[in-house]
Design a protein around this ligand. Structure first.
Ligand code: ATP
Length: 382
């Protein structure tokens, strides 16, 4: 449901690529609303349509159906033949291959969008000074672009995208050219900058850790469709879809069939090969439905003796226990299945040990077994 505090509204967006027999639908009715001032991430595997959605917002692709509004103004409306060109949309962009021109200084790079608008020299100087301060590059105005570090170049690209005071920033995998350490540092910087200037930002990534770390809201996409939208906390701890549970972080899936369910606030019961297990149901889960329990490796306490007073305890045999410094990463055989379990590093368990796993019902999310049916696999990448 759209709200007037939504800065970007996308309704029933459709996009095809190719001609005739090669024609493939890559966006299949994507609808979402992006609240003003939020950092909103499109997350999904390669080829799911996140870049295409962003490019439609930017005006770099012309959709084949639907509507896009920015700040309450339609920039694209299929039926009404509205199409605002990129340079008239109130957006700033930083893409993967962010081009900081090597033959220019920092100030010239950042000033470029104003230079082509023929703004006065005094105005340009003032605005460049202001925006460089915002991104923390003040004092480096006259430095040639090639003499910047990777992180500084990235900030330069941000400054250039911000110079026109856009309403929305569009960031397409902006950190993917940086090394792992700088990536982590820059994502904190982006988050801090976005908070400080409170600019509505759309961030595209296929990196789930990056999405969890940076986002206010994440839209999980698969096969040209939205799978689920939520905060990082909601999506990680209480996913509603199997795809979300498996795509975001590591999880264990236990197959079963729903025996009892009563709304989504009370635990349900599921028949599984590991016995009857209690779980927290996803909305809409029904009795007799094929389902899975999703439980994260870090949420499974391991006991050496069978705990008498707990529900959802299963017996297993440790097959592997790898010391990772902050945890042991174990594989524990329970019946025919191997469950991934992360235990405290002081918890010494070894291959061959018999153990009891507490699959705490609060940590068990009951999800529909199949939730990506109808997705055309041919449009998926790797
Ligand atoms: P990635 O992370 O790999 O960029 P993505 O989720 O951003 O993936 P898109 O770039 O939106 O995916 O691409 C969605 C689908 O559309 C893919 O199957 C891609 O091959 C296809 N596609 C994208 N651009 C074009 C184009 N210009 N012509 C034909 N097909 C395209």
């Amino acid at each position: 449901m759209a709200d007037k505090r939504d800065m970007v509204q996308i309704e029933a967006l459709e996009k095809y690529f190719g001609e005739d027999k090669e024609r493939v639908q890559v966006l299949k009715g994507v609808s979402l609303n992006i609240p003003e001032g939020s950092l909103y991430t499109f997350l999904g595997p390669s080829g799911c349509g996140k870049t295409t959605t962003l490019r439609c917002v930017a005006g770099l692709e012309r959709p084949d159906g639907g509507k896009i509004s920015i700040g309450g103004q339609a920039v694209f409306a299929f039926g009404e033949r509205v199409y605002v060109p990129t340079n008239k949309r109130p957006i700033g962009m930083v893409f993967q291959s962010y081009a900081i021109w090597p033959h220019m200084t920092v100030a010239e790079n950042v000033a470029y969008p104003l230079t082509i608008q023929r703004k006065s020299k005094a105005e340009i100087r003032q605005r460049v000074t202001d925006v460089l301060k915002v991104v923390g590059l003040d004092g480096l105005e006259d430095r040639p672009a090639p003499k910047l570090s990777g992180g500084q170049r990235q900030r330069g690209a941000f400054a250039r995208a911000l110079i026109n005071e856009p309403k929305v920033m569009l960031l397409d995998e902006p950190l993917s050219n940086l090394d792992a350490r700088l990536r982590v540092q820059m994502r904190s910087e982006i988050k801090a900058l976005q908070r400080r200037i409170s600019i509505t930002t759309i961030f595209v990534t296929h990196d789930q850790a990056e999405a969890l770390a940076i986002s206010d809201q994440i839209a999980v996409m698969y096969g040209g469709k939205l799978i689920e939208i939520g905060s990082p906390h909601q999506l990680y701890n209480r996913p509603k879809r199997r795809f979300t549970a498996t795509f975001l972080g590591l999880t264990n899936l236990i197959d079963g069939k729903v025996l009892e369910v009563d709304g989504d606030s009370r635990p349900g019961k599921m028949q599984t090969k590991k016995g009857i297990l209690s779980f927290i149901p996803a909305p809409g889960l029904k009795k007799d439905q094929a389902a899975v329990i999703s439980i994260r490796p870090e949420n499974i306490p391991v006991h050496k003796e069978k705990p008498q007073s707990l529900d959802n305890v299963v017996e297993g045999t440790v097959k592997e226990a790898i010391f990772m410094g902050d945890a042991y990463h174990c594989k524990i055989a329970v019946g025919d299945d191997l469950l991934a379990v992360h235990t405290h590093p002081f918890n010494t368990i070894s291959p061959g040990d018999k153990v009891f796993l507490h699959l705490d019902p609060k940590s068990c999310n009951g999800l529909p077994a199949e939730d990506t049916e109808g997705v055309d696999e041919s449009i998926l990448g790797d």
